[in-house]
Design a protein around this ligand. Structure first.
Ligand code: RVP
Length: 499
């Protein structure tokens, strides 16, 4: 006979935190969001700690090398998407490991035969006023010139004016050569009063741009997550099909931590994959996703360094509708956290858990942490930023970014949903969508972190561990949810109702 869970499973929006006593020293400045991502023995330190409890989702539309460097700079970890060739994924990992602070890959590039109209379109799209002009219009083509807003006059110049007629040509540019260190590049920027220094290789191919403004910006990131060789820490998603080829290539590229990316991780496929990786490599590996105690313990027994929790709660996920499997995200985290705690008490081994998917409001993150998650994984949240790999478009009067699920026809990540048998995506478990464009990762993350720290102070907690131990959480009724928003007033400014 079937087993019934007669209590409904819950989402984060159905809970609130009740304040604890806030002492005078419990201020946001004193709150630490450091958190473990790999298992460790009682009394020892985990091999990898994050400085903020954020990871970005293993998705084509979220986590590439740009997102990974940007998030590591802020203290979190991206898991570079695995639904691409092994070579391409390893190349992305390598780019993060080889990234040199201050050296950025040019994101605004055009060809000399394009026009002022193209420059202005690009500027409106991504806000950059420096455009690299390369032979083939790519970020690594032969550098032929640079355009900045000083090179054209909107009132005089025709929009059809070809770029080659007004760009600063390569012959007049001051540039650096590849291999140059950041202090050398910065000296040149200061000596020659430049805003931007292009770095080219011996064939004049563009490698990087170094900006004056980044000189100070890098000092503003004291939380940057670095390995022992001062390189950014990066993760990558793998699957249970080609792991014997993919894992060696990723390890060779320098990956720090892997995660098996699957909508349902309670499977013998995952068990075998974790075991094989642990037996053959000295690399951390997370597994999932699970929504209950049994799934958690099974993956821990296989050797998982962390376990990812959540089925069907992702913003673009339609697994629950399509297949009727899943569980409310809060209930899943609560049950898995209890199992983790019991396992810790019995064995002295702490296995971090990750709440994956379904974060809509910033306070959901704090609730997930209070319920026992050590960190969260988010897709929609990060997809909205400049650093995500997708196109920024104008729809009506608003800027949006594209965002699609790994189970959509667009991503065709059949390995993620495979349950054996025929190798293809037979039906979709995800949608293709837009999310409102929200600016840079750093500015948004700073705001979210301020909110989390502020709530933690309300709860009298200076650390995530303390929050987990002392949080008091209440279920809220449907009627008290209404009470929680602005109500019974006429809003003057409709934008107030946003996050
Ligand atoms: P969200 O943060 O709510 O956007 O959720 C992101 C999560 O959704 C991912 O980390 C993954 O677990 C899940 N996902 C990704 N693709 C799909 C799908 O197509 N169904 N689901």
């Amino acid at each position: 006979m079937a087993h019934y869970y007669m209590e409904p499973s819950r989402t984060f929006s159905e809970f609130l935190l009740i304040p604890n006593l806030t002492s005078k020293t419990c201020t946001p400045d004193n709150v630490s969001l450091k958190t473990p991502i790999s298992k460790f023995k009682k009394g020892e330190q985990p091999d990898i700690m994050m400085n903020i409890p954020f990871t970005s989702a293993v998705m084509q539309s979220v986590s590439d090398h740009n997102m990974a460097t940007a998030l590591a700079r802020c203290g979190g970890i991206s898991f570079i998407f695995g639904s691409q060739s092994i070579e391409d994924q390893a190349a992305m990992v390598r780019k993060v490991k080889e990234y040199k602070a201050g050296f950025v890959v040019s994101r605004s590039n055009l060809k000399p035969e394009q026009t002022l109209r193209d420059v202005l379109r690009l500027k409106e799209e991504n806000g950059h006023s420096t455009v690299a002009i390369t032979e083939d219009g790519t970020s690594s083509g032969k550098l032929l010139g640079i355009v900045t807003s000083r090179d054209y006059r909107m009132s005089r110049d025709s929009l059809d004016k070809p770029i080659r007629e007004f760009m600063t040509p390569f012959s007049s540019l001051i540039y650096g050569e590849s291999g140059m260190s950041l202090p050398e590049a910065n000296n040149l920027i200061w000596d020659k009063k430049l805003n931007c220094l292009p770095i080219v290789d011996e064939k004049q191919h563009l490698q990087h741009l170094v900006f004056r403004k980044d000189y100070d910006a890098d000092k503003e990131n004291p939380l940057g997550l670095l390995d022992a060789n001062k390189r950014y820490i990066v993760g990558a998603g793998i699957n249970t099909k080609d792991f014997m080829e993919r894992v060696p290539a990723l390890v060779d590229a320098g990956v720090d931590i892997l995660v098996i990316d699957s909508s349902d991780g309670y499977s013998e496929w995952q068990y075998d994959t974790v075991k094989w990786v642990k037996e053959n490599f000295n690399v951390k590996i997370g597994a999932g996703n699970v929504v209950d105690r049994e799934g958690f313990l099974y993956l821990v027994e296989a050797g998982a360094d962390f376990v990812k929790v959540g089925i069907g709660g992702g913003s673009i996920c339609i697994t629950r509708e399509q297949k009727g499997i899943g569980r409310g995200q809060a209930s899943s985290v609560i049950e898995v956290a209890e199992a983790r705690q019991q396992y810790y008490e019995e064995t002295g081994i702490y296995v971090p858990i990750c709440s994956d998917g379904g974060i809509v409001h910033d306070y959901h993150i704090t609730l997930a942490l209070a319920m026992g998650a050590d960190f969260v994984m988010m897709g929609r949240y990060f997809a909205r930023f400049d650093e995500s790999p997708t196109k920024k478009l104008k729809v009506g009067n608003n800027f949006v970014k594209e965002f699609w699920g790994e189970g959509s026809n667009r991503a065709r990540n059949w390995q993620r949903y495979d349950t054996g048998g025929k190798q293809s995506l037979v039906f979709e478990e995800g949608v293709d969508s837009y999310v409102p464009y929200a600016g840079t990762l750093k500015e948004n993350l700073d705001k979210t972190i301020s909110k989390i720290k502020s709530t933690m102070c309300n709860c009298g907690s200076l650390s995530i561990e303390q929050l987990q131990e002392t949080a008091r959480i209440t279920l809220v009724s449907a009627t008290s949810l209404v009470e929680g928003g602005a109500h019974d007033v006429m809003l003057k400014d409709s934008t107030m109702s946003g996050e």
